[in-house]
Design a protein around this ligand. Structure first.
Ligand code: GRF
Length: 244
């Protein structure tokens, strides 16, 4: 994959091989497919989240406004009454509560299988984790290798984990921000696609800083997805290289 101007989308052991975009776009069928640069084919994005869904809304808005060549094939949530599902319905996007039991903080076992089935049924090409409050385990990571993106409200590797904006205020950093990265087996450790910064003011509270970070998240996630849609992203070890 090194040196290729394409996003290499491999399926590892082939546990859950996704349908190629089209025969014309498939390059090396057996172990995945490449997304050609500047293809007009919309990227098929599944959004998975547990909360209010402002990032999901930003992604849907970017598509609507022509800034992102994608189609949201579904929004899935592990919380039955999460507002992210309502946002999807209001935008005409299939919205589903998918039970993640039996575990509370990870997606594994039967819950993971239910998500895999839903993602396959909707034909997801990439998964955008937008406030999904669970650890992703190897079953899904293998099935969607280098195709699961997460947005994190900090400049990783600083402040992984929860309430990063509070960690930033408490630590006294002068610059904070957000990170869009591929998901790997660690917590907030995967290869970084892009980051955006915001200043931290002396008067900031965790809430005011979080609001400022979220404004940048709403730009960052659609931008990262558009890079994928354009086939400009290569994953080279833990380095993400963007073709100019
Ligand atoms: C965002 O702050 C994101 O960075 C974190 O979870 C939050 C989700 O917010 N991973 P929303 O549901 O998209 O509004």
């Amino acid at each position: 994959m090194n040196g290729s101007p394409y996003l290499k989308l491999q399926n590892g052991t082939g546990v859950a091989r996704c349908k190629p975009l089209s025969p014309a776009l498939a390059r090396d069928g057996a172990d995945g497919y490449d997304r050609p640069m500047n293809t007009r084919q919309p990227l098929k994005v599944a959004i998975v989240g547990s909360g209010k869904g402002s990032n999901a809304q930003a992604i849907m808005d970017a598509i609507q406004e022509g800034r992102l060549n994608a189609r949201v094939v579904c929004v899935l949530s592990d919380v039955p009454d999460a507002f992210i599902l309502e946002r999807a319905r209001r935008n005409g996007v299939p919205a589903e509560f998918v039970d993640a039991a039996p575990f509370k903080t990870k997606l594994d076992g039967e819950g993971e299988q239910r998500y895999l089935q839903a993602l396959r049924r909707h034909g997801a090409e990439v998964i955008a984790l937008a406030g999904f409050m669970r650890i992703i385990k190897p079953g899904l990571l293998t099935a969607f290798r280098n195709r699961i993106l997460n947005i994190h409200p900090a400049l990783l590797p600083a402040f992984p984990g929860v309430e990063s904006w509070k960690q930033a205020v408490d630590y006294g950093v002068k610059v904070a921000g957000c990170t869009v990265h591929f998901v790997d087996q660690g917590t907030d450790t995967g290869p970084i696609i892009l980051q955006k910064t915001v200043p931290v003011h002396d008067t900031d509270t965790p809430a005011t800083l979080h609001a400022r970070i979220q404004e940048q998240e709403h730009l960052a996630f659609p931008e990262a997805l558009q890079l994928l849609a354009e086939g400009r992203v290569r994953v080279d070890g833990r380095i993400v290289r963007i073709t100019v």
